[in-house]
Write a protein that binds this ligand. Structure first.
Ligand SMILES: NC(=O)c1ccc[n+]([C@@H]2O[C@H](COP(=O)([O-])OP(=O)(O)OC[C@H]3O[C@@H](n4cnc5c(N)ncnc54)[C@H](OP(=O)(O)O)[C@@H]3O)[C@@H](O)[C@H]2O)c1
Length: 186
């Protein structure tokens, strides 16, 4: 891996590469990123935009600014009905939330096979697919180069000292963290 790869990027970055490779959509296709404000969501949105996809993303109100800053058409799910907004549907859906939220957005895909879930393994029940991870050297290096090029630059919203690790993990576990939370070891 090139030195200088930024903290926090390997998991989100390689997941974004895998999910978009699996979808294999051409430039100009539309994609909905459900949970766009989190670590994986922002990485998927950035990489999708770099591939020429038209990106819509869902999140709560605080996620609007970081999402719109990278060109995402943002839907605030606390204020709008996500299921009602696009009658023609999306060419692909990447779900990072799961549960009832996945069930709300899945019918918006033109082809149910193009619903890819990253966390909810029940997605085949809806006709979709669970992300296939490729944790090999080549994929890690591709993600590292994308990070160095700035395509996958992570949004770091908090840096905690190691002594504060429990609080940092609690923040992430509440499921509404914007971007990445860093625990500094030294
Ligand atoms: N399979 C794999 O290899 C792999 C790899 C990486 C991650 N994952 C999994 O993928 C999931 C996402 O990871 P992550 O790191 O991106 O998590 P994260 O940083 O916690 O992001 C999840 C985002 O979803 C948003 N969200 C929650 N409820 C929502 C709803 N109803 N509609 C729209 N957005 C909603 C959250 O905040 P707001 O509600 O405030 O917008 C948050 O920004 C996790 O379950 C993780 O375990 C799996």
């Amino acid at each position: 891996m090139p030195s200088g790869m930024r903290i926090g990027e390997p998991v989100a970055g390689t997941t974004a590469v895998d999910v978009l490779d699996q979808l294999g959509l051409p430039a100009g296709a539309t994609i909905l990123v459900n949970g766009v404000g989190g670590g994986v969501g922002l990485a998927v949105a950035r990489l999708a935009a770099a591939r020429g996809l038209l990106v819509t993303g869902t999140g709560s109100t605080a996620k609007r600014e970081p999402a719109e800053a990278i060109g995402v058409r943002f839907i605030d799910y606390t204020a709008e009905d996500v299921g009602e907004l696009n009658p023609v549907g999306y060419d692909g859906i990447v779900d990072l939330v799961g549960g009832s939220s996945l069930r709300t957005v899945a019918p918006l895909a033109r082809d149910p096979r193009n619903v890819i879930a990253v966390g909810d393994m029940s997605v085949p029940d809806l006709g979709g697919r669970f992300v296939e991870r490729r944790l090999d050297r080549e994929n890690l290096e591709r993600s590292a180069l994308l990070a160095l090029d700035g395509v996958l630059a992570p949004v770091i919203t908090a840096v905690h000292p190691l002594s504060d690790a429990p609080a940092a993990l609690a923040t992430v576990e509440n499921g509404h963290t914007p971007g990445k939370v860093v625990i500094k070891v030294s």
